[in-house]
Ligand binder design. Structure first.
Ligand code: ZN
Ligand code: ZN
Ligand code: ZN
Length: 378
């Protein structure tokens, strides 16, 4: 089992980060905002490459505004760490010292009567602190705006997601060779985590091993249950490689599957195909959900498909846009997200199949390409 032989992608440059910041500023100006405030979290990683090692109660905030250079305000003790981040090299850095008021330190960076967009990861503590220091400022959530900007991937980001997907596929290719029957879910989960790392992931976010009845709970991770002969087992795993996410699911069977497991698996497989086929540029996110759901509902299992069809992926493994009824965001080439319908029969078993796809001019391209058939494991 040789590790995937991949050239590490060339790192993002300070210019890459500054270009992203300019896009955010332009969008903010168009939306009538005085600027955008970004606190530690995925948006800050995307804009600067900086992730404080400890996200604490101390204020760190990036201020992006049309009329000033990008400015990162950090706790003085974290200044060296911040300045080591590639994207921060092109920005002005200001700091505030313990025993001083960080919100007062932020006031020269903001317009006293401005309306600012604020990242979802901003702690209430900080937002309320800023409002206290500048009572005439107002704030708007960027739940939709900022992640949607991140949702359309550049070629350099797509290359990372492709490599992460290939590594997850390689892990699946090996996990079907290990013994399942008689071992605990946690042991197979540990195997999966080891495989993801072996194939190049620097971070493992989740290794779901849902055997038998546990597979009917979509967010069951892995527990002490001993896997039995005849179990359907949901394997859903992913993490980060070169800073970008993987997330794939296959359902396997320990020994010969029953006819019911075969039938349910085939319905999910067809639903997943339909969801991927619907991911055309110009379609809406909810169309992907509708297409997958129609297959499952048509087969009589509508009530057993208890979650949305997919989620975005990028610098995190779960992020907007969501493939869900009511999400009218149009699909744009470069968007990457999961298509992961499932059927969950409480007390018995579950089946889910998940691939990450990217939207191209002509339709969706899968970044996961392992077989969709029901694999039989030992
Ligand atoms: Zn989930
Ligand atoms: Zn998943
Ligand atoms: Zn997923």
């Amino acid at each position: 089992m040789s590790p995937v032989d991949v050239q590490p992608p060339s790192p993002f440059t300070v210019d890459d980060y500054l270009a992203r910041g300019r896009r955010v500023v332009a969008a903010a100006a168009e939306a009538g905002l005085a600027g955008v405030l970004v606190t530690p979290g995925p948006d800050l990683v995307w804009l600067t490459g900086y992730q404080p090692t400890a996200i604490t109660e101390r204020l760190t905030v990036l201020v992006l505004a049309p009329d000033q250079e990008p400015t990162l305000l950090v706790p003085a003790l974290e200044r060296p760490d911040a300045e080591a981040a590639e994207g921060v090299r092109g920005m002005r850095v200001l700091d505030w010292a313990d025993a001083t008021d960080p919100y007062r330190a932020a006031t020269p960076l903001l317009r006293a009567d401005g309306t600012y967009g604020v990242s979802d990861s901003a702690w209430a503590l900080h937002l309320l602190g800023l409002q206290g220091a500048l009572p005439r400022t107002t704030y708007r959530s960027l739940t939709h705006g900022l992640p949607m900007m991140r949702a359309v991937k550049g070629a350099d980001e797509l290359a990372r997601l492709t490599v992460a997907g290939a590594a997850a596929d390689a892990a699946y290719g090996e996990i079907v060779k290990v013994r399942f029957a008689g071992r605990r879910e946690t042991e197979v989960a540990a195997d999966l985590a080891g495989l993801l790392r072996h194939f190049g992931h620097e971070q493992v976010d989740f290794t779901v091993v849902g055997s038998g009845p546990n597979g009917a709970n979509p967010h069951h991770e892995a527990g002490e249950r001993v896997i039995q002969q005849g179990d359907a087992v949901v394997l859903d795993f992913g993490g980060l490689m070169f800073g970008y996410g993987s997330d794939t699911t296959r359902t396997v069977c320990v020994g010969e599957p029953t006819q019911q497991i075969r039938d349910v698996h085939e319905i999910v497989r067809l639903a997943q195909e339909a969801g991927v086929a619907a991911a055309l540029p110009g379609a809406r996110c909810q169309d992907v959900d509708r297409a997958a759901r129609a297959v499952i509902t048509g087969a009589g299992y509508g009530k057993e498909f208890i979650h949305r069809t997919g989620h975005g992926i990028g610098v995190t493994t779960h992020e907007p846009p969501y493939m869900v009824e009511g999400e009218e965001q149009p699909l744009v080439p470069g968007m990457c997200f999961s298509v992961e319908p499932g059927i969950y029969l409480a007390g018995r078993f579950g089946v889910r199949i998940e691939d990450i796809v990217t939207v191209t001019e002509t339709g969706a391209l899968r970044l996961n390409n392992t077989d969709h058939g029901l694999a039989v494991v030992e």
